[in-house]
Structure formats: C-alpha cells, structure tokens
Design a protein around this ligand. Structure first.
Ligand SMILES: *Cc1c(COP(=O)(O)O)cnc(C)c1O
Length: 383
C-alpha cells in the first residue's frame, strides 16, 4: 500500500503539487521485468521519455537496463545517469544533424533509422567525423495496436518508420552508403497496449521480415520489437503482466532469432511507482456538478487534457461519505480536468489528493504554461 496514514502525514509537510515516487514499487517492477526478460535471453532498453527524473533513471540503470533515447539531450542525460553508450539506442523520426553527431561522438549502440533521407544524412555526418554509424531500420509493420488513436505508431497512416513496400529500395541505397553499418531491424507499434494480440501479430511480421533480410544476405543481429506494454490505470497497485508479455515473444518468434531480441519499455517500468500529490484549493458548486479545484493541473500532468487519459484519483485525508465531483486544475483551459463525476469522500479545502499511476508521461511532460513552477519530486526512501 503506497499511502499509509504515516506517509500521508509526512507528505502533508511538503508544499504541493509534487510527484511522489514509491521506490519499493519501482524496484519491484524492475526486479520482475528484468527477471522475466533475462530468463528468456531478452534485453530491455528503458524508454526514458516516459520519465527522465535522475533518481528514477539511476535506479533503472542499476538494474542493468539499456537506454532508448529520442533526442540528443536524452542520450547525454542517460549516460550521465549511469547508462552505458554500448547499451543506448537512438530513435526518432526527426533527428537533427547535431543530435546525430552527439550519438556518433558518444559511441551509441545503434541509430534506429526511419527513412532513406535520414540514412544518407547519417552516412554523410559519419564520413565527416571519420566514424561508422551502426544502424537498425525502423520498419512500420502496419499493425493495429488497438490503443488510443493518438498513441498508435505502427500503421500505414503514421509518420513513423519505413513502410514494407519501400524496404527493397532502402536496402539498395544502404548498400552504397559506406559509413553505415547495418545492425538490425526495429519496430514499435504504439503505447498503452493492454491486449496482447497485436504483439502476436507483430511476431508474425517480424519473422517474415527477418527472413526477407536474410534472403538478401543481410543478417539482422539486433531485433528490436519496441515497447508499448500498457498498465491497468484502474488498479494502481497491480504491476504490468511482464511474464505474459515476454511469453508472447518467446512463443511466437522463430527460435533462430530469439537470442537477438530487445525491447524498449517506458510506461510499464515507471507508471505504477509515481503519483501526483496535490492540495484542494476550492470546492465550488457548478450548475450540474461540484468542482474540486486542485493546485495541480495539466501543467503537472498533461495526459488527461491531451488525450482524455484516465487516472485514478484518491482523497488521502477524508473519510467522510462519498460524493460525486469533477476534479479540475487551476490552469486557464477547459480541458484542464482530471475526472468528471468521480466518487470521492466528501472533500474540503486543504485535503490531499493523489492522482495515481502518474510515474510515466507525468513529470516528463510538465510545462510552465501560465508561468507556473515545475513540480518538485519526493521519494519514499527519503521523506
Ligand atoms: C515511446 C517509445 C517507446 C516506449 O513506449 P512505452 O509505451 O512507454 O513503453 C519505445 N520505443 C519508441 C520508439 C518510442 O517512441
């Protein structure tokens, strides 16, 4: 249980809003994920865009995970937090020249490359720097991930990856680029995926594409199947189903490629350990609902405003009978709402509210809109 009376009392001594990280939950998540992956011979890179808080990052690095970066700054930050360059990969549909230089200079494991134009630019920059650039091709497998439309990435309508019909040309062009070293293939079909069937379909596609490459004399040593494993936002204390997830891949991928598989997990590693802690500023009667106005809003946790994401909301300090409330933030936007008509014990000014499962895409997406201060962070090990 994350929020015992004792912890709630300690949290009361700190100025809200802030992120609170339960480090025991983080360590438990990391223990299970790394055990289930390594027992199958799989490698996991942590997608640090989910949460780049240095305390969280250092803990993840201690468990031996690699890093999956989507910017040059993320590469530098990952190395500063203890990740190894040889375990760091760089993805992203729009890498700038400077970011490519950063990756080459720091000697990362692989660039996940998304187009012919990008391959040519990486080749040119590598030539100029006297380096060879290790590259995996990000292939769009055209698989429907059955998740929120805004966070699906692996279908034909997306900007991400190389479409299968383009592969022939990509491989031809690549063979003429002498500063590119082909390392493997990369896929990522979306985020917050809770139905494991899309992953089964991905495995079938990966097997076919692997054979397509070997038929052409190219041996993918790295087969990166991306991330996206979802969590149960209704049950903050339940950890993601790592065993079932990794099992899909050990069951459905061809035996000959299983030893080269890597993953890029973000949300599933960090979401459960984090909560956004906020105080109730005002309880306000509307025409048809009662508003609870918090001192945290979309500037601290953007997901509900950005794509109607659901987070469980708890009042940690009231034990009164339950009423229905609309919980909103202080920011000047109507979408700055965390939940409509939700049940909470009767709530008053000064109550402490926890917005759960906010350890991924929470603190990392915080902004200074309305010139608000960025949220601080507290850790269960040190409050
Ligand atoms: C965002 C992202 C991930 C991580 O996704 P999660 O849903 O957080 O697991 C992995 N790979 C790539 C390329 C990404 O863009």
């Amino acid at each position: 249980m994350t929020f015992t009376k004792e912890i709630t009392n300690r949290l009361r001594n700190h100025r809200t809003p802030f992120y609170y990280y339960d480090m025991d939950i983080l360590r438990e998540t990391l223990t299970i994920a790394s055990r289930e992956a390594s027992s199958r011979g799989f490698t996991v890179h942590y997608a640090l865009k989910a949460n780049f808080n240095p305390v969280i990052m250092k803990t993840i690095a201690e468990y031996g995970f690699g890093a999956d970066c989507v910017s040059g700054n993320e590469i530098e930050h990952a190395l500063n937090c203890g990740f190894q360059p040889g375990d760091t990969v760089f993805a992203g549909v729009g890498k700038s020249d400077q970011e490519i230089e950063t990756g080459l200079r720091l000697g990362i494991k692989c660039f996940n490359c998304e187009s012919i134009a990008e391959l040519k630019v990486i080749d040119e920059i590598a030539a100029r720097m006297g380096k060879k650039a290790p590259v995996a091709l990000r292939i769009n497998p055209n698989i429907e991930a059955h998740t929120i439309r805004h966070i699906t990435t692996g279908t034909d309508e997306n900007k991400f990856g190389i479409r299968i019909p383009e592969l022939e040309e990509v491989v031809t062009v690549m063979s003429g680029l002498h500063n590119i070293v082909f390392r493997g293939i990369h896929f990522h079909i979306g985020s917050q995926i809770t139905d494991l069937n899309p992953y089964r379909n991905l495995c079938t596609r990966v097997n076919e594409i692997y054979d397509w490459f070997t038929d052409r004399g190219l041996e993918p040593e790295v087969i990166n199947v991306g991330g996206g494993l979802g969590i149960n936002y209704n049950e903050p204390e339940t950890l993601p189903p790592f065993e079932q997830y990794f099992n899909v891949f050990s069951t459905h991928l061809d035996r000959k490629i299983r030893s080269s598989i890597s993953f890029e997990l973000g949300r599933s590693l960090t979401a459960s350990c984090g909560s956004l802690i906020s105080s109730v500023l005002f309880v306000k009667e509307g025409a048809s609902e009662t508003f609870v106005i918090l001192d945290a809003g979309m500037t601290e946790l953007l997901r509900p405003a950005l794509y109607h994401a659901f987070h469980l909301i708890e009042n940690l300090t009231s034990e009164l009978p339950v009423k229905k409330y609309t919980v909103a933030g202080p920011v000047c936007e109507t979408t700055d709402t965390f939940g409509k008509f939700i049940s909470l014990p009767e709530t008053q000014r000064g109550d402490i509210i926890a917005i759960r499962s906010a350890g991924a895409y929470g603190e990392a997406m915080a902004s200074r809109y309305n010139l608000r201060s960025l949220p601080g962070s507290l850790y269960s090990d040190s409050i």
